[in-house]
Write a protein that binds this ligand. Structure first.
Ligand SMILES: O=C(O)CCC(=O)C(=O)O
Length: 286
């Protein structure tokens, strides 16, 4: 007697590409799936520097949310450490922020000079963490969302390997193009962004995703989650209060701009983030 069975389709996966390869393939995969993984994005030297500079902060930081409301404690995770204010903590992070391919990501999806850093946070998912609520990043600005263009675009850099066991990001490829944004996610549409340390996951503000569950007994999954947002929208993290003026003065000009120590001039005329009706950068010279 034979047993009839249907083999389950493998879960959907995002494309992996090399950073040295053809750029158009990266943008094509990102456009089609809503996310793409660029392998070996971070050089071994910068990866080592980031790990060395971040480690004391990761060790000292307790897991769980600093917010009292249940929605946010659930969203942030009880076994997850989130560390912000990274420009004060790591020179390697400033170097990575100036990476030409990372800049191309912002320029391409938000327009050259038309965006700021949204938040830059280490997300360290610890053993026994459960799956994060699936979400779209652009819902941070609900009244500004539209179906055509991006408000925000993100890179999640892997500082450790991301595996199915230790909490690799949950992604729903193609969900950035759903016309019904309220539609339920089906189990078979869910994939995991597994990647090696040093890789970067680029993803659309419209793709459904979330931190993955960590079923390991002793592994921390450490990612550096850093997105850009249109310059006329308020960023999630208040970088001007988490970075001192003294530190800002030492940062590369691009980083000063991205974290709001330089003012925003809209391509069509408006000016935002001014000090005394002038570019905030004047404060850096005093
Ligand atoms: O850590 C991850 O894999 C994704 C986290 C995320 O999407 C978030 O916290 O908004």
């Amino acid at each position: 007697m034979t047993t009839a069975f249907r083999s389950a389709a493998p879960p959907p996966e995002l494309t992996h590409l090399d950073r040295g390869g053809d750029l158009d393939s990266i943008w094509k995969a990102l456009d089609e799936d809503g996310g793409v993984i660029v392998d070996d994005f971070i050089s071994p030297t910068i990866l080592e520097q980031l790990r060395t500079e971040m480690l004391p902060h990761v060790t000292a930081h307790p897991p769980g949310s600093t917010h009292p409301a249940r929605l946010w404690t659930d969203f942030h995770g009880t076994e997850t450490k989130r560390i912000t204010g990274l420009c004060e903590k790591s020179e390697g992070w400033s170097t990575l922020l100036c990476d030409p391919l990372y800049q191309m990501l912002g320029d391409r999806y938000l327009g050259e000079g038309n965006y700021y850093l949204n938040t830059a946070q280490l997300i360290c998912i610890g053993p026994n963490e459960t799956s994060q609520l699936l979400h779209r990043d652009e819902l941070n600005w609900p009244s500004a969302t539209n179906s055509d263009s991006e408000l925000t675009i993100t890179a999640l850099f892997a500082l450790t390997d991301f595996t199915e066991e230790n909490g690799a990001t949950v992604v729903v490829p193609g969900s950035h193009r759903w016309t019904d944004s309220m539609r339920e996610v089906r189990e078979e549409e869910i994939g995991r962004a597994t990647m090696r340390a040093g890789a970067a996951l680029f993803y659309s503000g419209k793709i459904i995703h979330g931190g993955g569950p960590n079923s390991s007994t002793d592994e921390w999954r450490i990612g550096l989650h850093a997105g850009f947002v249109l310059g006329w929208l308020r960023s999630e993290e208040n970088h001007q209060l988490t970075t001192s003026l003294e530190t800002a003065r030492r940062l590369p000009e691009r980083v000063q701009r991205l974290i709001g120590f330089r003012s925003y001039e809209q391509p069509l005329g408006g000016r935002l983030g001014l000090v005394d009706y002038n570019d905030a950068a004047r404060l850096l010279d005093t």
